[in-house]
Design a binder for this molecule. Structure first.
Ligand SMILES: O=C(O)c1cc(=O)[nH]c(=O)n1[C@@H]1O[C@H](COP(=O)(O)O)[C@@H](O)[C@H]1O
Length: 229
């Protein structure tokens, strides 16, 4: 999944054109969506892409339900909500999906965000104030997401084995925090290479800057795919 983290539609369009023909999901996050909106998502769908709309909803259940309904009507393939919003909020998201389907939408894969991959053990314990290991917190969020009827979670590849043990092999894992060997980690904290991530059994890897900031993004993505194969 390529993270189209751009402020302007033209920049994202240029990357999509550069990657044309390479099979991948396109991830639209808040930076692009707040600027280019549902029209950009519609253009990606017209081009035949599968789209992960990453807006990480986290609000009261009624508001998340409405957001999920609108997102489902948009016809995206995947979207996410914060598992930290709790079981009732996540169940409300699934109710919103049902309402969106009744209005003619397509069924999306619904994913819970666990602990952001930028969060280290120390930050989680000392700053946010959650005790225990990151892995324990992630597995707890994943189990909660599963009990609310979600299809999977976003986590770092380091937690995939434990998530699959707790929630089953079919529970989808979407893993950012991916860095090819030697790449700049930036603000990420819990990282692995693409190959290592797939060795852990993840279903999807999400990659942004190693592609978007490369001198040649197409070559960067092709070399990542080659490293996995
Ligand atoms: O939900 C996400 O996609 C997400 C969750 C998370 O825990 N960490 C995370 O990095 N992401 C997203 O994944 C992408 C990672 O981008 P890079 O760090 O540039 O590869 C960004 O678009 C983030 O918003």
């Amino acid at each position: 999944m390529v993270a189209l983290d751009y402020a302007y539609a033209e920049q994202a369009e240029a990357l999509v054109s550069a990657l044309q023909g390479i099979p991948c999901y396109m991830k639209v996050g808040m930076q692009l969506f707040y600027s280019a909106g549902p029209q950009f998502v519609a253009r990606l769908k017209e081009k035949g892409y599968q789209v992960f709309l990453d807006l990480k909803m986290h609000d009261i259940p009624n508001t998340v339900k409405g957001g999920a309904e609108s997102i489902t009507r948009m016809g995206v393939d995947m979207f996410n909500v914060h598992a930290a919003g709790g079981k009732t909020m996540m169940e409300a998201a699934m109710e919103g999906v049902d309402k969106g389907l009744q209005a003619g939408g397509l069924r999306p894969v619904v994913i819970g965000v666990t602990q952001l991959t930028s969060t280290s053990q120390a930050v989680m314990n000392d700053e946010i104030g959650i005790a225990g290991t990151v892995e324990e917190a992630v597995v707890r969020y994943a189990s909660l997401a599963k009990s609310a009827g979600l299809n999977g979670v976003v986590a770092s590849p380091l937690e995939v084995v434990r998530i699959k043990q707790a929630c089953g092999a079919g529970f989808v894992t979407v893993t950012p925090g991916i860095r090819p060997a030697g790449a700049d980690i930036g603000d990420q904290s819990r990282v692995m290479t693409p190959k290592e991530a797939f060795t852990q059994g993840t279903d999807f890897v999400v990659i942004g800057r190693p592609i978007t900031e490369a001198a040649n993004p197409r070559e960067a993505l092709e070399s990542i795919i080659a490293s996995v194969n």
